[in-house]
Design a protein around this ligand. Structure first.
Ligand SMILES: [Zn+2]
Length: 144
């Protein structure tokens, strides 16, 4: 057996071992991805001296995301995921709205309905118009 065959065999065995190791483990989800991105930002910011503490927080987050991927406790990990999804719902929606506002800044105006707080979007340059909220039917007059 030559050295190349030997290496291939070793690599093959390693892959099989890794697959066996990952059997029954939780793996990755959206929360793990969020933790990894946050840990990257934290450890990077932690390179600047006054923010040293962020480096440690980032390291803890990396270990936590690793722990989650390798965990066999599916139920606990799913609970964490659900908690994260609930927690992140509002910031994600607000971030999306902010993106839309920036994208449409020349063509549309955004404002909140006074009754139900729904965000309304109207085209600019129509002068004074009456807008009916599609959700609660409240009417409002706005200059666009
Ligand atoms: Zn409304």
């Amino acid at each position: 057996m030559n050295i190349l065959q030997r290496l291939q065999e070793l690599l093959g065995r390693f892959v099989v071992k890794m697959q066996q190791f990952m059997v029954g483990r939780y793996g990755n989800d959206e929360f793990t991805m969020f933790l990894l991105i946050a840990s990257l930002i934290f450890t990077f910011s932690g390179n600047f001296r006054p923010l040293r503490i962020l480096y440690f927080i980032g390291s803890i987050l990396i270990f936590y995301s690793l722990f989650r991927s390798l965990s066999k406790n599916y139920e606990a990990r799913r609970k964490e995921l659900n908690w994260y999804l609930r927690w992140s719902e509002k910031p994600k929606a607000e971030l999306k709205l902010l993106g839309n506002r920036i994208r449409d800044r020349k063509t549309h105006k955004y404002f909140k309905c006074k009754e139900c707080k729904t965000v309304l979007r109207v085209p600019v340059g129509r002068g004074k118009i009456e807008i009916t909220c599609p959700k609660c039917r409240a009417r409002v007059i706005k200059k666009t």
